[in-house]
Design a protein around this ligand. Structure first.
Ligand code: LUB
Length: 213
């Protein structure tokens, strides 16, 4: 290797980490801001939260927040998108561990209920969706994704004979989404989701008792 190669390699070595480090630092800062925003939105609600609140919670300047998010609406959209980003990886993981469509369906719902109990980003996204009429931005459409997923799983469970042949997969999916949405919301309002797993288990057991073969 000649000196120019060394220079090139040293140059590229010095440039590479500097650019990568800068990108990694920016990604970490964006994540820090998102989590602070989720905490603020979850606790105070969209109307009350300011970018200054988020900056203070994140331990950053307001300028740092503005660098990543042009306004509060953009922050709300990003938090709701992060909420929904939880579900595809969860379903993939469950599909790898559970064998039957019905077991996949129930385990996905069980794990989702746990995230609604425990995860700040999930909880913040849920509150922002309730406050969506106050947010002048295109938030992701709620509920439909879950209805489609549960319809597909329910149809497979009917196919395998796990659910009664007269079960409408679409109707079961709509009932599960409505019951889950309402149950997690009521649990949040009345107990801060402290009783969510008990209330969710009731809806799960009663609904599935009516359709299981
Ligand atoms: C779910 C919420 C809370 C539906 O799909 C959604 O948008 C949902 C937030 O809007 O419950 C039930 C899994």
């Amino acid at each position: 290797m000649n000196s120019s190669d060394t220079t090139t390699s040293i140059g590229s070595t010095r440039q590479q980490p500097a650019r990568e480090l800068k990108q990694e630092r920016a990604h970490r800062t964006r994540e820090q801001i998102l989590w602070a925003a989720a905490e603020e939105f979850k606790e105070k609600g969209y109307p009350v939260v300011t970018l200054q609140h988020v900056a203070t919670r994140a331990g950053l300047t307001k300028g740092a927040v503005y660098f990543h998010f042009t306004n509060k609406e953009a922050l709300a959209v990003a938090v709701v998108e992060e909420h929904y980003a939880h579900w595809a990886p969860l379903v993939t993981e469950v599909r790898e561990s559970e064998r039957s469509p019905l077991d996949i369906m129930i385990t996905v719902l069980d794990r989702t209920a746990e995230l609604f109990r425990d995860d700040t980003m999930v909880q913040a996204g849920a509150r922002l969706q309730i406050e969506r009429s106050l947010i002048k931005a295109d938030l992701p459409q709620p509920y439909v994704g879950w209805q489609e997923l549960l319809t597909t799983l329910a149809a497979a469970a009917v196919e395998t004979g796990q659910l009664r042949p007269d079960t409408s997969p679409e109707a079961l999916a709509r009932v599960l989404v409505a019951a889950f949405f309402g149950t997690q919301h009521i649990s949040d309002v009345l107990t801060g989701r402290a009783d969510l797993m008990d209330r969710y288990a009731e809806l799960r057991d009663i609904i599935f008792a009516g359709v299981t073969a």
